[in-house]
Design a protein around this ligand. Structure first.
Ligand SMILES: Nc1ncnc2c1ncn2[C@@H]1O[C@H](COP(=O)(O)OP(=O)(O)OP(=O)(O)O)[C@@H](O)[C@H]1O
Length: 353
């Protein structure tokens, strides 16, 4: 039996009144990406589906090496999938060329984890923010327009006009990340991929930067893919969450559903390790200890790839690929499904094999 992927799509693409829903801003379906050859070949993404609606934030979580950055690179058009499709506003960006490709590249931008590493110390804030305009010259054709736009962008991220001519070493970590955000906004994108955008910052500064991101969403309608190891941050910023394990999506759904009623034991374990969170239905207040280490990506376990660390694992988990289930063990008919891949989902008895 081949493994069934979680198809992260609104049911049949229909609204409640039966009319066709507009395509999501981003729709990744069945994307597989491998690296290397022969015995040194590993599958970093295995039939991955994700969806980002306009003006929404998708949280992407999972341990190191599960494929989050590879997925981000695919979304940014930097890595071509081996199979599967990427649709941005209904168009496959990998089919674009020339001017169309350049126009699309504006629409998806990135905010990096470490503002210290990602900013060139010898460039002023103005130069850093305006660097993307070197490639996209038509956006601010004159020096005057450029100066005006830099001031607007500084103001949008909560910095002052006088900051325009300062250098990275004159800014705090939080201010540098604000410059990183202003730079991502310079091309007026529809989607920003944020890869651990606050994990290098002090706790008190993290909240300020997260507020900047959420204000920008309100004001500009920008969408985010938000990658983070910090589940309390993901819960705070995300409308929907996708959980990955060893290159596969093992659970996805609306944030509150996934956090309050995880389907997959792996999701529950991740959440139980996050100090402020309560996993209802699980050992309250106790961290779920997973057995062993993450398996090698060169040697993915048969059946359910999480089984070697799962406390619910039985013989079936090694023999058969896990089915798609919801918290209640039934197919979800709602518009925004909350699903997981598991033989023994939480909150339900064993599913039919
Ligand atoms: N260019 C590459 N060549 C070979 N292997 C790669 C390459 N890029 C990623 N990988 C492998 O693919 C798997 C997924 O990596 P990826 O960086 O996407 O994970 P991640 O979830 O982003 O991890 P982290 O949280 O540590 O950044 C890992 O096993 C990694 O070693």
């Amino acid at each position: 039996m081949s493994e069934t992927p979680l198809t992260d799509a609104t049911a049949a693409g229909l609204r409640a009144d039966g009319s066709a829903a507009p395509p999501p801003l981003l729709e990744v379906r069945g994307v597989t990406k491998s690296f290397g050859h022969g015995r040194r070949r590993l599958t970093a993404l295995d039939g991955v589906d994700v969806r980002v609606e306009r003006g929404q934030t998708l949280g992407l979580v999972g341990e190191s090496g599960c494929g989050k950055s590879t997925l981000a690179r695919v979304v940014l058009g930097l890595e071509r999938p081996d199979s599967g499709t990427v649709r941005f506003d209904g168009t496959d960006p990998f089919t674009l060329k020339g001017k169309e490709l350049l126009a699309w590249r504006r629409r998806v931008q990135m905010v990096f984890q470490d503002p210290f590493a990602s900013l060139n110390a010898r460039m002023s804030a103005t130069d850093l923010i305006g660097e993307p305009w070197r490639t996209h010259r038509d956006i601010v054709p004159t020096a005057q327009a450029r100066e005006r736009r830099v001031r607007e962008l500084l103001s949008l991220v909560g910095l002052r006009d006088s900051d325009a001519h300062r250098y990275p070493n004159e800014f705090s970590g939080g201010q540098r990340q604000r410059i990183g955000i202003a730079r991502a906004l310079a091309l007026d994108p529809d989607l920003i991929v944020c890869d651990e955008p606050v994990s290098a910052l002090d706790l008190s500064v993290q909240a300020q930067v997260l507020n900047v991101l959420s204000e920008l969403r309100e004001r500009l309608g920008v969408s985010y893919v938000f990658i983070s190891h910090d589940l309390s941050v993901v819960r705070h910023v995300s409308d929907r969450v996708t959980v990955m394990y060893l290159g596969k999506v093992i659970e996805h759904g609306p944030t509150e559903d996934v956090f309050d009623r995880p389907v997959h034991p792996y999701t529950a374990a991740l959440m139980s390790a996050a100090p402020t969170l309560d996993v209802s239905g699980q050992a309250q207040d106790d961290e779920i200890q997973l057995r062993g280490e993450i398996p090698s990506p060169y040697d993915i376990p048969s059946g359910c790839r999480f089984r070697t660390r799962c406390w619910k694992s039985e013989a079936r988990c090694a023999e058969l690929a896990p089915p798609v289930v919801t918290r209640d063990g039934t197919a979800d008919t709602g518009r925004d499904p909350h699903e997981g891949l598991c033989h023994f989902p939480l909150g339900a008895g064993p599913t039919e094999a």
